[in-house]
Write a protein that binds this ligand. Structure first.
Ligand SMILES: [Zn+2]
Length: 509
């Protein structure tokens, strides 16, 4: 079994599947091809297949395979088949999927001591996708193939999604797939496991019974443009937005705490004005985006906090301008600056019959700020102002113990027992902090809708999932994912991860 998992991992790694490229489609065909070769699926071809991702320019698909048990309870094994780009490998891109050649090449370079030690130990498989996450996928496939030989009571559903590393389009659409399969075969989803790579903390092997929420907040400022020489008559959106971003960036007010875990504070990753070319005037618009991480906070909570910060930023801006203009012997022309949510802006436009049509592609940042500008152009009377909205992607938080406390405790105990045989223990986490597809095992919360820009489908789906499904993110011991020294521990993958998957499956028999 161990050798089989190792061989399959290497085979899957060599079928390229860089995220957001045509390669993903090729991989999907190959993956389904492998599964269709198994006797079980030759006999029951209707139990495996592909789900086309709607309106995807690359025409990517999710791949699924179901081994039908005697009862309705169903364990889902999730994975993603895309991998991040090879940029990190630089001149070693040629050998990025070939562990032996890569190890040799890395040894010739100046690599960290720990990387060198792991290369020489022969205990690690190197290469893109090794730990994130063709390894976990291979372990799932081997278990699925084994289970298909003698199915028991429980249904085992394998779902391999695309686009995890980019917009999570695959997992968002997998909600529809799950709903369809449930309907077609009377499935009752009891648990989901996602063997993304796990870190080790001492002898603790990290497993997360939940996944952090993340939203991307966009703040758009409409200032008052002026000739540079008449600065006192303007509201400079760049300066005002700077005041606001300064107050929000890394602010503890946005940090959620759950028992001993805390979310990362907000960080801005986009800031610009709307000018295409230089001219001698103050810009009209500026926008900025920041990631806000959430455990319990709702989008409504985040909006409320953002509003407070915006108001403070506006007050500081006025104060500072008053003072500075006075020093420059000029008179600052202070004006009220209102704050609107996107929903409110839309309403104002709609009431006047000037709501522009929204066109969509995947450049949400540019599209988002352009669309707000179009709205604002139609209602100059509400400017200067700040508009707050959220743009995709949006990952709701999920906490498995809140869905089924007993089941989580039981599985945690069993996983811990498996790990103890290896002289390890389960380092239980409530939330996976790295943002994951696990978020989309939660049903749609309609209250979120009004704060979101764009069609809700772009965020998290068409309301198909009617229940929340508890999830565990726990896979092989991996290191340096997304880097050129990405690697997976062979024993942890081929023995431990397989045992964990098998134990969870047996728990439902
Ligand atoms: Zn991953």
């Amino acid at each position: 079994m161990q050798q089989k998992i190792l061989d399959l991992t290497q085979k899957l790694m060599k079928i390229e599947s860089i995220s957001h490229t045509q390669d993903e489609c090729h991989f999907e065909e190959e993956l389904l091809g492998i599964i269709q070769q198994w006797d079980y699926f030759k006999e029951h071809p209707q139990y495996c297949g592909m789900q086309e991702i709607e309106e995807d320019t690359l025409h990517r698909k999710n791949v699924y395979a179901l081994v039908k048990g005697k009862e309705d309870q169903t364990l889902i094994m999730i994975n993603h088949h895309d991998v991040v780009s090879l940029h990190a490998y630089g001149s070693l891109q040629e050998v990025a999927y070939d562990s032996d050649a890569l190890k040799k090449a890395l040894l010739e370079e100046d690599v960290e001591e720990e990387v060198k030690r792991d290369i020489l130990s022969n205990e690690w498989l190197f290469g893109r996708g090794s730990c994130d996450m063709k390894g976990g996928m291979a372990a799932e496939m081997v278990l699925l193939e084994e289970y298909a030989k003698h199915p028991g009571n429980v249904n085992l559903l394998f779902v391999s999604v695309c686009d995890e590393e980019t917009y999570s389009k695959g997992m968002r659409h997998a909600q529809t797939l799950l709903a369809q399969l449930k309907e077609a075969y009377g499935l009752n989803y009891v648990f989901a496991i996602n063997p993304e790579p796990s870190a080790h903390v001492g002898r603790g092997h990290v497993g997360s019974f939940g996944s952090i929420g993340k939203c991307l907040a966009m703040l758009h400022v409409a200032g008052i443009p002026s000739h540079i020489s008449a600065i006192e008559n303007s509201i400079n959106p760049i300066s005002l937005l700077s005041e606001i971003t300064r107050l929000i960036e890394c602010s503890e007010d946005f940090v959620d705490t759950y028992i001993k875990e805390k979310t990362t504070p907000p960080v801005f990753n986009y800031f610009r004005d709307s000018k295409d070319v230089y001219d001698y005037s103050v810009a009209h618009y500026a926008s900025a985006c920041c990631s806000v991480m959430m455990f319990d906070s709702s989008l409504e909570d985040v909006i409320r906090k953002l509003k407070e910060k915006c108001q403070k930023g506006i007050d500081y801006y006025h104060e500072r301008q008053q003072l500075k203009m006075k020093e420059c012997k000029r008179h600052y022309h202070q004006r009220d600056i209102a704050i609107y949510t996107f929903d409110e802006l839309k309403k104002i436009c709609a009431e006047k019959g000037v709501l522009p049509e929204m066109k969509l592609d995947e450049k949400f940042l540019f599209e988002g700020s352009r669309y707000i500008e179009k709205c604002l152009e139609n209602v100059p009377e509400i400017q200067p102002c700040v508009v707050i909205t959220f743009i995709p992607p949006y990952y709701p938080s999920i906490l498995s113990s809140r869905i089924n406390h007993e089941r989580v405790d039981q599985i945690a105990m069993q996983v811990d027992q498996v790990l103890r045989q290896e002289n390890l223990h389960l380092q239980k986490e409530f939330y996976f902090q790295g943002v994951s597809d696990g978020s989309y095992l939660r049903k749609f919360d309609h209250r979120d809708l009004k704060y979101l820009m764009f069609d809700e489908k772009e965020y998290y789906l068409d309301h198909q999932l009617k229940e929340d499904i508890p999830v565990l993110l726990c896979g092989p011991w991996g290191k340096d994912l997304h880097l050129r020294s990405e690697r997976v521990n062979i024993h942890s993958l081929c023995t431990t991860t397989y045992s964990i998957l098998e134990t969870i499956l047996n728990a439902f028999q």
